[in-house]
Design a protein around this ligand. Structure first.
Ligand code: BG6
Length: 451
């Protein structure tokens, strides 16, 4: 597709997301590619154009020379007002010099209100909508939001953001799988015993208590990011790498996925942190964090086991886990192969092979068994390690490239977003009814015992 000139109209531009992720992502994109992007900030808070331009420059400096922002500053504008008001939205669209990309950096409830207001506004030809997660708050609200959005613009102009789909190591799952006989020939339930997708973080709430307390680890990480990763691990090879084929195959995996044994109580675990030390930072108990209502029983560590009920995967557990304030970063896809039968005459039992992809470091490790150095036929464990170069763009930059070029390949399609809610719905219900105990772990530990 031809790159185009766009006006990036950020609704909710006063928030942390804009400064910490969105503008740095844009900076990484514009350092690599020459696109004409006008950046318009819109929010309730008063701010001058000069302050907005300073914010853009400052956010650019997180990834590149701040001077690289200069050519985008002249056209950049900040407009104060109520973004839920149709008349104000018209004013904002009039300020756009190019095809507008309306970027919803807003909480789900406000997004719904803005979408409803946009129905009263005539959108310029080609207007694109970019929506941050969480997309809705459950299956019903996601469906309702999709219906409203479908009345505004065609689906190809809708970009539901999941920055994991912009991570070069996440996309590398497809390269590794489909470009190597090694992997593709063993990629099914006959050879693979179990898959784990783990995203443990050292980070705590980082001032996001108000948001996080209503999401929790399950919605913040598993329902969105980790299910997208699962879709790439489990999908059939798309006949073409375009937005229709790739996303249809991802959607097919998600449609086939359900909680293991359809038993959300036995197949899920949740916990939250108590006071402790993460590195040299002391964290209070989650319940004492700012913006947290302990009565909501929000988890900061979640694990669920799923089955992808297809001929390829039936009977293979996929374990998804993510947590905050843990003692070490583990951001891995781990594929555990089935054991080979014992080999007569060899010393020691062969350990099952394994494949590990580290989503942050880019390491790919194969755990293999071969003859060791002592007994000539004594089996020992070895690791084969390959390292992928990091991608040039930040994940947000990668996703923004699709938006600027009008290519939704790396964004979440309407049906995918709904399936993700459907998959976790039984777990959310069981947790709400307190059918699964809320365990505890000290901040900085490796989680509750036995996880
Ligand atoms: C975000 C979550 O979407 O992803 C955060 O809201 C989480 O809670 C983050 O920390 C993890 O992604 P990354 O790219 O920061 O490792």
């Amino acid at each position: 597709r031809e790159p185009q000139s766009v006006s990036l109209l950020i609704l909710g531009a006063g928030g942390d997301l804009t400064r910490r992720l969105l503008i740095p992502g844009l900076a990484s994109l514009l350092s690599e590619h020459e696109y004409d992007v006008q950046v318009i900030g819109a929010a309730r808070e008063e701010r001058t154009d000069a302050e907005w331009r300073a914010l853009i420059r400052d956010s650019f400096s997180q990834v590149t020379h701040p001077e690289n922002a200069d050519r985008y500053l002249e056209s950049a504008r900040y407009i104060t007002g109520d973004v839920t008001d149709a008349a104000h939205l018209r004013t904002l669209l009039e300020a756009c010099d190019h095809t507008p990309v309306i970027y919803f950096a807003l909480p789900p409830a406000v997004t719904v209100t803005v979408c409803a207001a946009l129905r009263k506004v005539e959108l310029p030809e080609g207007t694109r909508l970019a929506l941050e997660k969480p997309f809705g708050t459950d299956l019903r609200s996601a469906r309702a939001l999709n219906r409203v959005i479908a009345q505004l613009v065609p689906e190809e102009q809708v970009f539901r953001i999941d920055h994991f789909l912009g991570m070069s190591m996440v996309l590398n799952i497809l390269g590794l799988r489909f470009a190597n006989q090694f992997f593709e020939s063993v990629w099914d339930a006959r050879r693979i015993e179990r898959v784990e997708i783990i995203y443990d973080e050292l980070l705590g709430l980082e001032g996001r208590g108000g948001y996080y307390d209503h999401a929790g680890a399950l919605v913040d990480m598993l329902q969105s990011h980790l299910l997208e990763v699962l879709a790439l691990v489990a999908m059939e090879q798309p006949p073409r790498l375009n937005e229709v084929e790739l996303r249809s195959n991802a959607a097919q995996v998600l449609r086939a996925t359900h909680v293991w044994d359809d038993d959300p109580v036995a197949s899920s675990r949740r916990a939250r942190y108590t006071a402790g030390k993460v590195g040299d930072r002391r964290l209070p108990s989650y319940a004492d964090e700012e913006g947290v209502d302990p009565a909501l029983n929000t988890e900061t560590l979640a694990q669920i086991t799923l089955e992808v009920d297809t001929a390829r995967w039936r009977g293979v557990p996929f374990v998804l886990r993510s947590g905050k304030a843990l003692g070490q970063y583990v951001t891995q896809v781990r594929v555990h192969m089935r054991p080979v039968p014992e080999i007569p005459g060899f010393g020691g039992a062969p350990e099952p092979d394994s494949i590990m992809l580290d989503l942050k470091s880019g390491a790919v490790e194969l755990g293999v068994t071969m003859n060791g150095s002592g007994d000539p036929f004594g089996l020992e464990r070895s690791m084969l390690v390959a390292k992928k170069e990091p991608g040039h763009l930040l994940p947000y930059g990668q996703v923004l490239q699709g938006i600027v070029e009008g290519d939704p390949l790396l964004s979440v399609r309407a049906d995918m977003a709904e399936e993700c809610w459907r998959i976790v719905a039984p777990v959310l219900r069981a947790w709400k009814k307190n059918e699964v105990p809320l365990e505890e772990y000290a901040a900085g530990s490796l989680g509750p015992k036995g996880w």
